[in-house]
Design a protein around this ligand. Sequence first.
Ligand code: NAP
Length: 313
Amino acid sequence: MLLGILILHASRSRVSNLYGCLPKLSQSGQLPEGGRNMLSKAKAPFLGKVVLVTGSGSGIGRATALAFGQAGAFVMLNGRKEEKLQHTREQFAQQGLNVDYCVADVQYYEHCQALVKSTIERFGRLDVVIANASSSQRSEFIRTDPAIFRHVLESNILSAAYIAHAALPSLVESQGSLVLVSSLAGLIGLPTSAAYSAGKMALTALAQSLRTEVAATGVHVGIAYVGFTRNDPDKRVFDAQGRLVPVAPRESRLQQTQEEVARAIVRMVYRRQSRTVLSSLGKLLWVINALSPTLAERGVRWSYRRFPHMYHG
Ligand SMILES: NC(=O)c1ccc[n+]([C@@H]2O[C@H](COP(=O)([O-])OP(=O)(O)OC[C@H]3O[C@@H](n4cnc5c(N)ncnc54)[C@H](OP(=O)(O)O)[C@@H]3O)[C@@H](O)[C@H]2O)c1
């Protein structure tokens, strides 16, 4: 409990560094001389576009940022830990990509405003926002500290809603794209992930409401239901008391690579798709759930009994 409160307090105290990302933007990161000219439109469908990926210092966000960069985009990385972002930016810049970073905790609206402002100051416009950042949890509902429940729930819904709200005027201007990164837990509630599932399901409502509201503006709103994906070795999730613990091991044949997920997200933006469900397991679950939610729930219950290690941290 105490640990949970300390983590939340540390996170909130970062509000005071709100505009910290502005002076930290790199002055370098431009493509080498002639670099952009060497990219053809066919090989670089996002040439000249500006893409912001939240939570892109590691994991799927990092792979997605890389894929957009390789498709010709200017990329703004984001996260809360500057060291990770610096390292990622250096690696991408070495590949000739045009990339920068902005430290911001997207669970706070003011941070999201600063992040959007920084992106436009740095690159001049904003065409694509990938709302990827989130925290996750592995603990049964009844054992979960309510403060952790709230933190995980907010990190999944508010971080997406806030960046969407802050970025929308710029996306209307560019007739750009907003993609919300959801999960199989956004299709059906998964055990040991009640707060995460509730947050991811809320993203479906956000995407639907927003899509209808902005239909006349030319803005594309998509939602990607990502399946089990190979994690960075140092990925951590919250346990019941708010300690950060390694994620449960999953069979690798059930998992996609981060690069596969990144490619699907880039494709989704390119095709301006409303939704995509990733992985064979995800597609199967999606179809069964659409036909019979009871059957889908029974399947999840069976897998929880049969493979509990897949669900526990
Ligand atoms: N991995 C999977 O199997 C899987 C499956 C389905 C869906 N997804 C979804 O895919 C997305 C990425 O997952 P992942 O596995 O790549 O997670 P990850 O490895 O834990 O990466 C999450 C990234 O988000 C950043 N982040 C977290 N909270 C943030 C905040 N409030 N503000 C700014 N940055 C924040 C983290 O960096 P800092 O700590 O530096 O902030 C980190 O770089 C998430 O939305 C997740 O729910 C993942």
